[in-house]
Design a binder for this molecule. Structure first.
Ligand code: AHG
Ligand code: MN
Ligand code: MN
Length: 335
């Protein structure tokens, strides 16, 4: 498939649609609409400081975490952008307790299920550090006239697409529909995402390890051993790795995807099941990692994409990055 630098996202989505001769165009249509929603969020994030929409919203999300005004804005933007398109049967967001079947007043019969973390990296919102949006798409599998929980609790192996936007020094959109990973940069002049990183493959050699070492007092000895491994001096295997941790998963992941590295959020005494969310964070990024030649596991050594979710807001531990580094981590954790 041609992946010419400078291709617009519109053209790229059309090219991918041609790989499915029986495609109705609904999937492509849904992706276009989503991309517009992400552009709206990017626009708002860029002027947030001036518009007085930084800071706390005075409410909590389903996880009991304090919501920021931009969390709420990004969430409503995506819901309102996507609810009337006719492409979706339902949505689920990290910020909402329940699934969101498409209301009766909007076109029904959509075939797709959309999940998202509308704004990832909330703690970095008001200090001008990269944040992002993470999404994933499944096919509706139930016979329910609208949708039901079963449509959402599918393992990552069933994904049709996933991706993310990073709102950083530029806005980037990175996605995969199972044919490799494509990265686009938003040209703010024309308001279009332009293919800047075609067919992304993560470097074989990891340069960075990313973990919140402030939690080390609460780690199990195995995790300490694992992190120490990446810090050990061993020229032959390219260690020690450099430490990099932003605290926005999407930005940490994006840097490691392009530069080579491993991101770890293990369980600890405070978060015994891990902190990150399986459905909104781990599965979509695991799909991107694998499509880019990398890997993603939990701290039991399970491949993230094989995990069958039991609940919408399930937490997981996450080790994600280059294949070799993730395999090393698995070996240390399971020995
Ligand atoms: P969110 O802002 O969507 O709630 O996610 C925050 C997540 C993730 O972005 C990041 O990797 C992690 O929390 C950072 O957690 P710590 O502050 O515990 O390191
Ligand atoms: Mn998040
Ligand atoms: Mn979030």
């Amino acid at each position: 498939m041609p992946t010419k630098l400078g291709t617009t996202i519109t053209k790229k989505i059309m090219e991918e649609q041609r790989l499915y001769p029986s495609a109705s165009g609904n999937f492509s249509g849904m992706l276009y609409e989503l991309v517009v929603g992400l552009k709206v969020i990017a626009y708002e994030v860029n002027k947030a400081g001036l518009m007085g929409i930084l800071g706390k919203a005075g409410s909590s999300n389903i996880q009991g975490e304090e919501q920021q005004k931009l969390d709420v804005f990004a969430n409503t933007t995506l819901i309102h952008k996507m609810d009337h398109t006719g492409y979706l049967a339902g949505m689920a967001s990290e910020e909402n307790e329940d699934i969101f079947p498409i209301p009766d007043r909007h076109p029904q019969g959509g075939k797709y299920i959309l999940l998202f973390d509308p704004l990832d990296g909330s703690s970095n919102i008001d200090v001008n550090i990269s944040i992002g949006t993470i999404f994933s798409v499944f096919r509706k599998i139930s016979d329910h006239p609208k949708c039901e929980l079963k449509d959402f609790l599918q393992p990552g192996t069933q994904l049709l697409a996933s991706g993310y936007a990073v709102y950083g020094s530029s806005t980037m959109f990175v996605y995969s529909t199972g044919y490799g990973v494509q990265g686009f940069t938003l040209d703010p002049g024309v308001g279009e995402f332009i293919l800047s990183h075609p067919d992304i493959m993560t470097p074989k050699k990891a340069s960075y390890y990313s973990i919140n070492e402030g939690n080390s007092v609460n780690w199990d000895a195995k995790i300490t051993k694992l992190v120490n491994y990446f810090k050990m001096d061993d020229k032959a295997s390219g260690r020690p790795l450099s430490g990099r941790y932003i605290g926005s998963l999407v930005a940490d992941f994006h840097r490691n995807l392009l530069k080579g590295g491993i991101f770890m959020y293990p369980p600890d005494k405070k978060s015994p099941n891990g902190k990150l969310r399986l459905m909104y964070e781990a599965i979509p990024l695991a799909y991107i990692a694998e499509q880019a030649g990398g890997a993603a596991i939990d701290c039991f050594g399970n491949r993230i994409l094989d995990i069958v979710p039991k609940e919408l807001h399930q937490r997981t531990s996450l080790i994600i990055g280059g294949k070799d580094a993730v395999e090393q981590a698995r070996r240390i954790l399971l020995e």
